[in-house]
Design a protein around this ligand. Structure first.
Ligand code: UT7
Length: 320
């Protein structure tokens, strides 16, 4: 048996995103009979609108669109990819998973492919798995995709949930690199909080104890962010960007305060136009910052994802 190259590291080299053309504003929701107002949603969540997938847009088609864009951005052929990890919790059916179908749809049929369900924490879990696969020599190039069609799982009469979520997908290409580009992951879970966000078996829609999740996110996650920075040997003051899960703008702002991030650190606030897209939220937010030129290529960004499970994961990355 030969050992993997000890100098081999991993980094994200390109991103691609898919935001469905359909857009639902807060006023559209109120107009549909949801007992809410634009003012309440903006003040309590920071959300103004969210993208809504069409009937023929699925977790798989959105993942394929985002993946194809990431490949084009990297100048790669689909056959250059040898592993695809699909982070999602909104497949309509548990079997079969979607990853193999995404791979076939983009012209990479035959590669290693699997789904990973850590709900809103999923992208950072998947990124860690991909980085480890590259570092150990199990794969040379990995597509890590977060794709969610949350609107398939909403009760439009439940104003505590239906106002929050949106649809979309984003993909990252992880490749071998001479320098470290994806830091060790700080991850964890709390199964005792499983009922706080769930789709109960006798129901068909997401149910959530919003205030309890809010308290958990604003009190328990800053130490996870600190741990991710420590594992990467990075001081929070030296970060260029902070890209947390886009669950609620008040949670984002509370984390920024708890971490005492300097003003110069760019903070992702993609939620206003996107809502909460679960496993797609962190890569969508990162992709928007990179596309807008708001963050320096090669700079250091802290990713932090969290949600149902309860699960959480974060790592420092080099910005592609
Ligand atoms: O990604 C998965 C993880 N999920 C999260 O991180 C979500 C975390 N939780 C939250 O973002 C917030 O808890 C919510 C946005 C879900 C709710 O905001 P809140 O400030 O915690 O409100 P609340 O549930 O404590 O409700 C306060 C009031 C209640 O009315 P009363 O009892 O005070 O009269 C609710 O009925 O606001 C009412 N309310 C609404 N009013 C208008 C709840 N939802 C709405 C609404 N429109 N959509």
């Amino acid at each position: 048996m030969i050992a993997p190259d000890p100098l081999r590291h991993a980094r994200i080299t390109a991103l691609g995103e898919h935001r469905p053309a359909g857009v639902l504003t807060n006023n559209d929701l109120a107009g549909r009979g949801v007992d809410t107002t634009d003012e309440w949603i903006r003040n309590r969540t920071g959300i103004a609108r969210r993208h809504i997938a069409a009937a023929d847009e699925t977790v798989i088609t959105m993942a394929a669109e985002a993946s194809a864009k990431a490949l084009a951005a990297a100048g790669l052929d689909p056959r250059d990819i040898d592993l695809l990890v699909l982070a999602t919790c909104t497949m309509r059916n548990p079997i079969p998973g979607g990853a193999a179908r995404v791979a076939s749809a983009i012209g990479a049929g035959g590669i290693g492919a699997f789904d990973l369900n850590a709900a809103c924490g999923g992208f950072c879990y998947a990124l860690s798995v991909a980085a480890d696969a590259v570092r150990t020599g199990s794969a040379d190039r990995v597509l890590v995709v977060g794709s969610e069609k949350l609107t398939d799982w909403l009760d439009w009469d439940d104003r505590g949930t239906c106002i929050l979520f949106g649809d979309g997908a984003a993909a990252a290409i992880v490749e071998a690199s001479d320098e470290p580009g994806i830091g060790p992951v700080a991850w964890g879970s709390d199964g005792l909080g499983a009922d706080l966000v769930s789709v109960p078996v006798d129901d068909w829609a997401i149910r959530m104890d919003g205030p309890a999740v809010f308290r958990w996110a604003t009190t328990q996650l800053a130490p996870v962010a600190h741990r991710a920075c420590k594992l990467a040997g990075v001081d929070v003051a030296d970060l260029d960007a902070f890209v947390p899960h886009q669950a609620n703008l008040r949670i984002v702002d509370a984390l920024v305060r708890a971490l005492k991030l300097p003003d110069r650190v760019v903070v992702a606030r993609d939620i206003a136009d996107t809502g909460n897209t679960s496993a797609a939220s962190v890569p969508l937010a990162l992709s928007r910052l990179v596309a807008a030129g708001d963050v320096p290529s090669g700079g250091q960004a802290l990713l932090l994802a969290f949600g149902a499970g309860l699960t959480y994961a974060g790592q420092v990355i080099r910005i592609p």
